[in-house]
Design a protein around this ligand. Structure first.
Ligand SMILES: [Zn+2]
Length: 448
Protein backbone atom coordinates (compact mmCIF):
# COMPACT_ATOMS: atom_id res chain seq x y z
CA UNK A 1 0.00 0.00 0.00
CA UNK A 2 2.74 2.45 0.95
CA UNK A 3 4.73 1.59 -2.13
CA UNK A 4 1.68 2.21 -4.30
CA UNK A 5 1.14 5.61 -2.72
CA UNK A 6 4.79 6.47 -3.17
CA UNK A 7 4.55 5.56 -6.83
CA UNK A 8 1.58 7.87 -7.28
CA UNK A 9 3.41 10.56 -5.39
CA UNK A 10 6.48 10.29 -7.56
CA UNK A 11 4.43 10.23 -10.75
CA UNK A 12 2.66 13.41 -9.76
CA UNK A 13 5.67 15.16 -8.26
CA UNK A 14 7.79 15.05 -11.42
CA UNK A 15 5.77 17.16 -13.83
CA UNK A 16 4.47 19.35 -11.01
CA UNK A 17 7.91 20.59 -10.07
CA UNK A 18 8.86 21.15 -13.69
CA UNK A 19 5.75 23.26 -14.18
CA UNK A 20 6.34 25.55 -11.24
CA UNK A 21 10.01 26.01 -11.91
CA UNK A 22 12.56 25.74 -9.14
CA UNK A 23 10.85 25.04 -5.81
CA UNK A 24 12.67 27.90 -4.07
CA UNK A 25 12.45 27.60 -0.32
CA UNK A 26 9.77 24.92 -0.52
CA UNK A 27 9.80 22.27 2.17
CA UNK A 28 11.78 19.22 1.09
CA UNK A 29 9.36 16.58 -0.19
CA UNK A 30 9.52 12.82 0.26
CA UNK A 31 10.60 12.48 -3.35
CA UNK A 32 13.89 14.21 -2.53
CA UNK A 33 14.67 11.92 0.41
CA UNK A 34 15.42 8.70 -1.42
CA UNK A 35 15.02 5.41 0.48
CA UNK A 36 14.94 4.72 4.18
CA UNK A 37 12.50 5.84 6.83
CA UNK A 38 10.92 9.20 6.10
CA UNK A 39 11.71 11.89 8.66
CA UNK A 40 8.77 13.97 7.47
CA UNK A 41 5.95 14.94 9.78
CA UNK A 42 2.70 13.07 9.25
CA UNK A 43 -0.60 14.78 9.99
CA UNK A 44 -4.01 13.11 10.08
CA UNK A 45 -7.01 15.36 9.46
CA UNK A 46 -10.40 14.37 10.82
CA UNK A 47 -13.15 16.69 9.50
CA UNK A 48 -16.89 15.96 9.47
CA UNK A 49 -16.74 15.48 5.69
CA UNK A 50 -14.42 15.90 2.72
CA UNK A 51 -15.34 17.71 -0.50
CA UNK A 52 -12.66 16.26 -2.73
CA UNK A 53 -12.83 18.87 -5.52
CA UNK A 54 -13.99 16.36 -8.14
CA UNK A 55 -17.10 14.54 -6.88
CA UNK A 56 -20.13 16.76 -6.40
CA UNK A 57 -21.12 14.97 -3.17
CA UNK A 58 -19.02 15.32 0.00
CA UNK A 59 -17.69 12.19 1.69
CA UNK A 60 -18.81 11.93 5.33
CA UNK A 61 -16.42 10.26 7.72
CA UNK A 62 -13.30 10.51 5.59
CA UNK A 63 -9.86 11.14 6.98
CA UNK A 64 -6.95 12.67 5.09
CA UNK A 65 -3.29 11.89 5.76
CA UNK A 66 -0.63 14.47 4.91
CA UNK A 67 3.02 13.50 4.72
CA UNK A 68 5.44 16.36 4.27
CA UNK A 69 4.05 18.74 1.67
CA UNK A 70 1.69 16.25 0.01
CA UNK A 71 -1.47 14.28 0.63
CA UNK A 72 -0.55 10.62 1.13
CA UNK A 73 -3.99 9.07 1.70
CA UNK A 74 -7.67 9.99 1.79
CA UNK A 75 -10.70 7.81 2.38
CA UNK A 76 -13.13 6.32 4.92
CA UNK A 77 -11.62 6.31 8.41
CA UNK A 78 -11.90 2.50 8.66
CA UNK A 79 -9.88 1.98 5.46
CA UNK A 80 -7.05 4.48 5.89
CA UNK A 81 -4.10 3.30 7.95
CA UNK A 82 -3.02 5.99 10.39
CA UNK A 83 0.77 5.91 10.79
CA UNK A 84 1.97 5.67 14.38
CA UNK A 85 3.27 8.94 15.74
CA UNK A 86 1.09 11.00 13.42
CA UNK A 87 -0.25 14.28 14.70
CA UNK A 88 -4.05 14.31 14.63
CA UNK A 89 -5.97 17.50 13.89
CA UNK A 90 -9.70 17.31 14.55
CA UNK A 91 -11.91 19.60 12.49
CA UNK A 92 -15.35 18.90 14.02
CA UNK A 93 -18.41 19.99 12.04
CA UNK A 94 -16.17 21.20 9.24
CA UNK A 95 -15.83 20.40 5.54
CA UNK A 96 -12.29 19.82 4.35
CA UNK A 97 -11.69 20.88 0.73
CA UNK A 98 -8.80 21.44 -1.64
CA UNK A 99 -7.29 24.90 -1.25
CA UNK A 100 -9.34 27.28 -3.38
CA UNK A 101 -7.88 28.67 -6.61
CA UNK A 102 -8.63 32.29 -7.52
CA UNK A 103 -8.74 32.67 -11.28
CA UNK A 104 -8.48 36.45 -11.57
CA UNK A 105 -6.79 38.59 -8.95
CA UNK A 106 -4.79 41.83 -8.82
CA UNK A 107 -2.81 41.68 -5.59
CA UNK A 108 -1.30 45.08 -6.45
CA UNK A 109 -4.69 46.82 -6.51
CA UNK A 110 -7.06 47.73 -3.70
CA UNK A 111 -10.72 48.79 -3.91
CA UNK A 112 -11.31 51.87 -6.06
CA UNK A 113 -13.84 53.36 -3.65
CA UNK A 114 -10.92 54.03 -1.29
CA UNK A 115 -8.39 55.13 -3.92
CA UNK A 116 -9.37 55.51 -7.57
CA UNK A 117 -7.63 53.24 -10.06
CA UNK A 118 -6.06 56.33 -11.70
CA UNK A 119 -4.59 57.45 -8.37
CA UNK A 120 -3.27 53.99 -7.57
CA UNK A 121 -1.44 53.88 -10.92
CA UNK A 122 -0.26 57.51 -10.95
CA UNK A 123 0.20 58.60 -7.33
CA UNK A 124 1.08 55.53 -5.28
CA UNK A 125 4.83 54.77 -5.11
CA UNK A 126 5.61 51.20 -6.07
CA UNK A 127 6.98 50.45 -2.58
CA UNK A 128 3.64 51.46 -1.07
CA UNK A 129 1.80 49.24 -3.52
CA UNK A 130 4.08 46.29 -2.82
CA UNK A 131 3.85 46.72 0.97
CA UNK A 132 0.09 46.71 0.68
CA UNK A 133 0.20 43.71 -1.65
CA UNK A 134 1.97 41.62 1.01
CA UNK A 135 -1.03 42.19 3.28
CA UNK A 136 -3.38 41.32 0.41
CA UNK A 137 -1.44 38.08 -0.12
CA UNK A 138 -1.74 37.08 3.54
CA UNK A 139 -5.47 37.91 3.60
CA UNK A 140 -6.00 35.81 0.46
CA UNK A 141 -4.22 32.80 1.95
CA UNK A 142 -6.11 33.10 5.24
CA UNK A 143 -9.38 33.16 3.30
CA UNK A 144 -8.54 29.66 2.00
CA UNK A 145 -7.22 30.67 -1.44
CA UNK A 146 -3.93 28.83 -1.71
CA UNK A 147 -3.34 29.67 -5.40
CA UNK A 148 -4.09 32.81 -7.41
CA UNK A 149 -3.74 33.63 -11.07
CA UNK A 150 -2.82 37.31 -10.82
CA UNK A 151 -3.74 38.98 -14.10
CA UNK A 152 -1.69 42.14 -14.34
CA UNK A 153 0.27 44.41 -12.03
CA UNK A 154 -1.66 47.49 -13.29
CA UNK A 155 1.24 49.86 -13.61
CA UNK A 156 3.51 48.17 -11.06
CA UNK A 157 5.75 46.56 -13.69
CA UNK A 158 7.07 43.20 -12.53
CA UNK A 159 6.27 43.72 -8.84
CA UNK A 160 4.02 40.64 -9.05
CA UNK A 161 7.04 38.54 -10.03
CA UNK A 162 8.92 39.81 -6.97
CA UNK A 163 5.95 39.23 -4.67
CA UNK A 164 5.66 35.67 -5.95
CA UNK A 165 9.35 35.09 -5.21
CA UNK A 166 8.98 36.53 -1.68
CA UNK A 167 6.11 34.12 -0.99
CA UNK A 168 7.96 31.13 -2.44
CA UNK A 169 10.97 31.89 -0.23
CA UNK A 170 8.79 32.14 2.87
CA UNK A 171 9.58 35.83 3.43
CA UNK A 172 5.89 36.77 3.48
CA UNK A 173 2.84 34.50 3.73
CA UNK A 174 0.67 34.20 0.66
CA UNK A 175 -0.81 31.95 -1.99
CA UNK A 176 1.07 30.23 -4.77
CA UNK A 177 0.99 32.65 -7.70
CA UNK A 178 0.72 32.53 -11.45
CA UNK A 179 1.58 36.03 -12.63
CA UNK A 180 1.08 38.07 -15.79
CA UNK A 181 3.55 40.92 -15.21
CA UNK A 182 2.60 44.24 -16.85
CA UNK A 183 0.06 42.85 -19.44
CA UNK A 184 -0.37 44.15 -23.00
CA UNK A 185 -2.61 46.90 -24.36
CA UNK A 186 -3.00 48.64 -27.71
CA UNK A 187 -1.64 52.18 -27.71
CA UNK A 188 -4.19 54.77 -26.65
CA UNK A 189 -6.77 52.21 -25.55
CA UNK A 190 -6.11 51.78 -21.84
CA UNK A 191 -5.61 54.24 -18.99
CA UNK A 192 -5.13 56.44 -17.15
CA UNK A 193 -6.44 58.70 -19.93
CA UNK A 194 -7.75 62.20 -20.44
CA UNK A 195 -4.56 64.00 -19.36
CA UNK A 196 -2.98 66.89 -21.30
CA UNK A 197 0.37 65.10 -21.44
CA UNK A 198 1.43 61.46 -21.56
CA UNK A 199 1.15 59.70 -18.18
CA UNK A 200 2.29 56.24 -17.05
CA UNK A 201 -0.08 53.50 -18.17
CA UNK A 202 -1.64 50.59 -16.30
CA UNK A 203 -0.18 48.08 -18.80
CA UNK A 204 2.49 47.96 -21.50
CA UNK A 205 1.52 49.45 -24.86
CA UNK A 206 2.57 47.45 -27.90
CA UNK A 207 1.14 47.44 -31.44
CA UNK A 208 1.77 45.57 -34.65
CA UNK A 209 3.01 42.03 -34.88
CA UNK A 210 6.74 42.81 -34.60
CA UNK A 211 6.44 45.00 -31.51
CA UNK A 212 4.04 42.52 -29.93
CA UNK A 213 6.46 39.64 -30.54
CA UNK A 214 9.16 41.58 -28.69
CA UNK A 215 6.84 42.62 -25.86
CA UNK A 216 5.53 39.07 -25.33
CA UNK A 217 9.07 37.72 -25.19
CA UNK A 218 10.18 40.52 -22.85
CA UNK A 219 7.29 39.88 -20.47
CA UNK A 220 7.90 36.13 -20.42
CA UNK A 221 11.60 36.77 -19.87
CA UNK A 222 10.65 39.13 -17.05
CA UNK A 223 8.77 36.36 -15.25
CA UNK A 224 5.24 36.25 -16.71
CA UNK A 225 3.65 32.80 -16.30
CA UNK A 226 0.73 33.88 -18.46
CA UNK A 227 0.48 36.63 -21.07
CA UNK A 228 -2.51 38.93 -20.65
CA UNK A 229 -3.88 41.02 -23.51
CA UNK A 230 -6.73 43.49 -23.58
CA UNK A 231 -8.71 42.52 -26.68
CA UNK A 232 -11.13 45.40 -26.25
CA UNK A 233 -11.52 48.46 -24.05
CA UNK A 234 -13.27 51.82 -23.74
CA UNK A 235 -11.33 54.03 -26.14
CA UNK A 236 -12.70 57.04 -24.30
CA UNK A 237 -14.02 57.26 -20.75
CA UNK A 238 -17.77 56.78 -20.64
CA UNK A 239 -18.19 55.05 -23.98
CA UNK A 240 -18.76 51.36 -24.63
CA UNK A 241 -15.84 49.00 -25.21
CA UNK A 242 -14.67 48.35 -28.76
CA UNK A 243 -12.04 45.94 -30.09
CA UNK A 244 -8.40 46.97 -29.78
CA UNK A 245 -6.09 44.37 -31.30
CA UNK A 246 -6.67 42.94 -34.76
CA UNK A 247 -7.16 39.25 -35.34
CA UNK A 248 -3.64 38.99 -36.77
CA UNK A 249 -2.09 40.71 -33.73
CA UNK A 250 -3.86 38.39 -31.30
CA UNK A 251 -2.88 35.28 -33.27
CA UNK A 252 0.75 36.38 -33.21
CA UNK A 253 0.68 36.95 -29.44
CA UNK A 254 -0.71 33.43 -28.88
CA UNK A 255 1.78 31.89 -31.31
CA UNK A 256 4.81 33.50 -29.65
CA UNK A 257 3.60 32.79 -26.10
CA UNK A 258 2.76 29.17 -26.99
CA UNK A 259 6.23 28.53 -28.33
CA UNK A 260 7.52 29.56 -24.89
CA UNK A 261 4.96 27.28 -23.23
CA UNK A 262 2.84 30.15 -21.88
CA UNK A 263 -0.92 30.52 -22.20
CA UNK A 264 -2.55 33.80 -23.22
CA UNK A 265 -5.59 35.21 -21.44
CA UNK A 266 -7.74 37.97 -22.86
CA UNK A 267 -9.72 40.73 -21.26
CA UNK A 268 -12.78 41.01 -23.55
CA UNK A 269 -16.27 42.32 -22.97
CA UNK A 270 -17.60 42.72 -26.51
CA UNK A 271 -18.73 39.86 -28.75
CA UNK A 272 -16.16 40.89 -31.40
CA UNK A 273 -13.27 41.15 -28.93
CA UNK A 274 -14.26 37.76 -27.48
CA UNK A 275 -14.58 36.25 -30.97
CA UNK A 276 -11.12 37.40 -32.04
CA UNK A 277 -9.59 36.18 -28.76
CA UNK A 278 -11.29 32.77 -29.05
CA UNK A 279 -10.19 32.34 -32.67
CA UNK A 280 -6.65 33.36 -31.73
CA UNK A 281 -6.48 30.52 -29.19
CA UNK A 282 -6.44 32.17 -25.77
CA UNK A 283 -7.01 29.86 -22.79
CA UNK A 284 -9.54 32.04 -20.96
CA UNK A 285 -11.62 35.11 -21.68
CA UNK A 286 -12.16 37.50 -18.78
CA UNK A 287 -15.39 39.46 -18.11
CA UNK A 288 -17.48 38.75 -21.25
CA UNK A 289 -20.08 41.30 -20.17
CA UNK A 290 -21.86 41.49 -23.53
CA UNK A 291 -21.20 37.88 -24.52
CA UNK A 292 -23.82 36.39 -26.82
CA UNK A 293 -25.00 32.76 -27.21
CA UNK A 294 -23.09 32.65 -30.54
CA UNK A 295 -19.75 33.74 -29.08
CA UNK A 296 -20.13 31.40 -26.09
CA UNK A 297 -20.79 28.51 -28.51
CA UNK A 298 -17.59 29.45 -30.34
CA UNK A 299 -15.73 29.43 -27.01
CA UNK A 300 -17.05 25.95 -26.20
CA UNK A 301 -15.98 24.67 -29.64
CA UNK A 302 -12.53 26.22 -29.22
CA UNK A 303 -12.25 25.00 -25.61
CA UNK A 304 -11.82 28.52 -24.29
CA UNK A 305 -12.89 28.87 -20.66
CA UNK A 306 -14.86 31.82 -19.34
CA UNK A 307 -13.92 33.81 -16.24
CA UNK A 308 -17.02 35.94 -15.63
CA UNK A 309 -15.77 38.31 -12.87
CA UNK A 310 -19.31 38.83 -11.55
CA UNK A 311 -18.09 40.20 -8.23
CA UNK A 312 -16.14 43.06 -9.85
CA UNK A 313 -19.22 44.44 -11.60
CA UNK A 314 -21.26 43.91 -8.44
CA UNK A 315 -18.67 45.71 -6.29
CA UNK A 316 -18.37 48.70 -8.64
CA UNK A 317 -22.15 49.18 -8.68
CA UNK A 318 -22.25 48.91 -4.89
CA UNK A 319 -19.59 51.49 -4.28
CA UNK A 320 -21.39 53.79 -6.64
CA UNK A 321 -24.37 53.56 -4.32
CA UNK A 322 -26.42 50.47 -5.28
CA UNK A 323 -27.52 48.56 -2.16
CA UNK A 324 -28.41 45.30 -3.89
CA UNK A 325 -32.13 46.03 -4.01
CA UNK A 326 -34.37 45.73 -7.08
CA UNK A 327 -34.39 47.08 -9.70
CA UNK A 328 -30.89 45.90 -10.56
CA UNK A 329 -28.66 48.30 -12.50
CA UNK A 330 -28.38 47.58 -16.25
CA UNK A 331 -24.78 46.32 -15.84
CA UNK A 332 -25.89 43.68 -13.32
CA UNK A 333 -28.77 42.54 -15.53
CA UNK A 334 -26.30 42.23 -18.43
CA UNK A 335 -23.95 40.12 -16.27
CA UNK A 336 -26.80 37.78 -15.33
CA UNK A 337 -27.76 37.46 -19.00
CA UNK A 338 -24.27 36.71 -20.28
CA UNK A 339 -23.54 34.30 -17.41
CA UNK A 340 -26.72 32.37 -18.17
CA UNK A 341 -25.86 32.31 -21.90
CA UNK A 342 -22.42 30.89 -21.05
CA UNK A 343 -23.96 28.19 -18.84
CA UNK A 344 -26.47 27.27 -21.54
CA UNK A 345 -23.75 27.09 -24.20
CA UNK A 346 -21.77 24.68 -22.02
CA UNK A 347 -18.65 26.86 -21.79
CA UNK A 348 -16.18 25.76 -19.11
CA UNK A 349 -16.52 28.22 -16.24
CA UNK A 350 -13.46 29.52 -14.45
CA UNK A 351 -13.89 30.92 -10.92
CA UNK A 352 -12.29 34.34 -10.96
CA UNK A 353 -13.75 37.54 -9.59
CA UNK A 354 -11.22 40.29 -10.43
CA UNK A 355 -10.49 40.63 -6.71
CA UNK A 356 -8.65 43.83 -5.95
CA UNK A 357 -11.62 45.75 -7.32
CA UNK A 358 -13.08 44.53 -4.01
CA UNK A 359 -11.12 43.61 -0.89
CA UNK A 360 -8.58 40.80 -0.97
CA UNK A 361 -9.72 37.96 1.27
CA UNK A 362 -13.29 38.45 0.03
CA UNK A 363 -12.61 36.20 -2.96
CA UNK A 364 -15.60 34.01 -2.10
CA UNK A 365 -17.96 36.80 -3.20
CA UNK A 366 -17.55 35.53 -6.76
CA UNK A 367 -18.58 32.00 -5.71
CA UNK A 368 -21.73 33.28 -4.00
CA UNK A 369 -22.68 35.29 -7.10
CA UNK A 370 -22.08 32.33 -9.43
CA UNK A 371 -24.65 30.40 -7.35
CA UNK A 372 -27.00 33.40 -7.23
CA UNK A 373 -26.78 33.73 -11.04
CA UNK A 374 -27.73 30.09 -11.63
CA UNK A 375 -24.88 27.61 -11.06
CA UNK A 376 -25.14 24.71 -8.60
CA UNK A 377 -22.96 25.14 -5.48
CA UNK A 378 -21.11 21.86 -6.06
CA UNK A 379 -20.25 22.95 -9.62
CA UNK A 380 -18.94 26.29 -8.35
CA UNK A 381 -16.79 24.46 -5.79
CA UNK A 382 -15.45 22.16 -8.51
CA UNK A 383 -14.71 25.20 -10.71
CA UNK A 384 -12.77 26.83 -7.85
CA UNK A 385 -10.68 23.70 -7.23
CA UNK A 386 -10.09 20.95 -9.81
CA UNK A 387 -11.67 23.06 -12.57
CA UNK A 388 -9.32 26.00 -12.28
CA UNK A 389 -6.38 23.63 -11.71
CA UNK A 390 -7.14 21.92 -15.04
CA UNK A 391 -7.70 25.17 -16.97
CA UNK A 392 -4.44 26.61 -15.61
CA UNK A 393 -2.42 23.42 -16.22
CA UNK A 394 -1.75 22.82 -12.50
CA UNK A 395 -1.67 19.01 -12.32
CA UNK A 396 -0.29 19.03 -8.76
CA UNK A 397 -3.33 20.52 -6.99
CA UNK A 398 -7.08 21.13 -6.96
CA UNK A 399 -8.28 17.83 -5.48
CA UNK A 400 -8.00 15.76 -2.31
CA UNK A 401 -6.03 12.91 -3.87
CA UNK A 402 -2.90 11.04 -2.79
CA UNK A 403 0.19 12.56 -4.37
CA UNK A 404 -1.19 16.06 -4.78
CA UNK A 405 0.04 19.07 -2.81
CA UNK A 406 -1.47 19.32 0.66
CA UNK A 407 -3.14 22.68 -0.02
CA UNK A 408 -6.28 22.26 2.06
CA UNK A 409 -8.94 24.38 3.71
CA UNK A 410 -11.63 23.61 6.29
CA UNK A 411 -14.85 25.59 6.60
CA UNK A 412 -17.69 25.44 9.10
CA UNK A 413 -20.76 23.73 7.66
CA UNK A 414 -21.31 22.20 4.23
CA UNK A 415 -20.74 24.55 1.25
CA UNK A 416 -22.53 22.11 -1.10
CA UNK A 417 -25.73 22.84 0.83
CA UNK A 418 -25.00 26.54 1.35
CA UNK A 419 -22.21 28.19 -0.62
CA UNK A 420 -21.99 30.91 2.07
CA UNK A 421 -20.06 28.34 4.16
CA UNK A 422 -16.93 29.05 2.07
CA UNK A 423 -16.65 32.33 3.98
CA UNK A 424 -16.48 30.46 7.32
CA UNK A 425 -12.84 29.44 6.94
CA UNK A 426 -11.51 27.91 10.15
CA UNK A 427 -8.32 26.22 9.06
CA UNK A 428 -5.87 26.52 6.14
CA UNK A 429 -2.90 24.36 5.13
CA UNK A 430 -0.47 25.16 2.30
CA UNK A 431 2.06 22.57 1.21
CA UNK A 432 1.58 20.60 4.45
CA UNK A 433 2.12 23.66 6.68
CA UNK A 434 -0.84 24.81 8.76
CA UNK A 435 -1.13 28.56 8.24
CA UNK A 436 -4.38 29.19 10.09
CA UNK A 437 -6.39 27.42 12.79
CA UNK A 438 -5.60 24.33 14.92
CA UNK A 439 -2.00 23.25 14.47
CA UNK A 440 -0.73 26.61 13.19
CA UNK A 441 2.49 27.85 14.75
CA UNK A 442 2.04 30.58 17.33
CA UNK A 443 3.23 33.87 15.84
CA UNK A 444 6.15 35.48 17.67
CA UNK A 445 6.65 39.19 18.24
CA UNK A 446 6.64 41.13 15.00
CA UNK A 447 5.36 38.22 12.97
CA UNK A 448 2.08 38.46 11.09
ZN1 LIG B 1 -8.69 42.24 -13.87
Amino acid sequence: MRLQLLAVLLAVAGPALAQDGAPVGAPVGAEAQGGGPSPEPVVVLRPARVFDGVEPRPHAGWVVVVRGERISAAGPAAQVAVPSGARVIDLPGQTLMPGLIEGHSHLLLHPYDRTSWDDQVLREPEALRVARATVHARDTLHAGFTTVRDLGSEGAGYADVGLKAAIERGIVPGPRMLVAGPALVASGSYGPKGFAAAVPQGAEEADGEDALVRAVRRQIGGGADVVKVYADYRWRAGEDSRPTYTQAELRRVVEVAASAGRPVVAHASTPEGMRRAALAGVVTIEHGNAGTPEVFRLMRERKVAFCPTLAATDAIRRYRGWNGAAPEPAEIAEKRRSFRAALQAGVTLCMGGDVGVYAHGENAREMALMVDYGMAPAQVLIAATSGNARIFGLADRGAVRPGLLADLVAVDGDPVRDIAAVRNVRWVMKGGQVVRGPGAPVAGPGEP
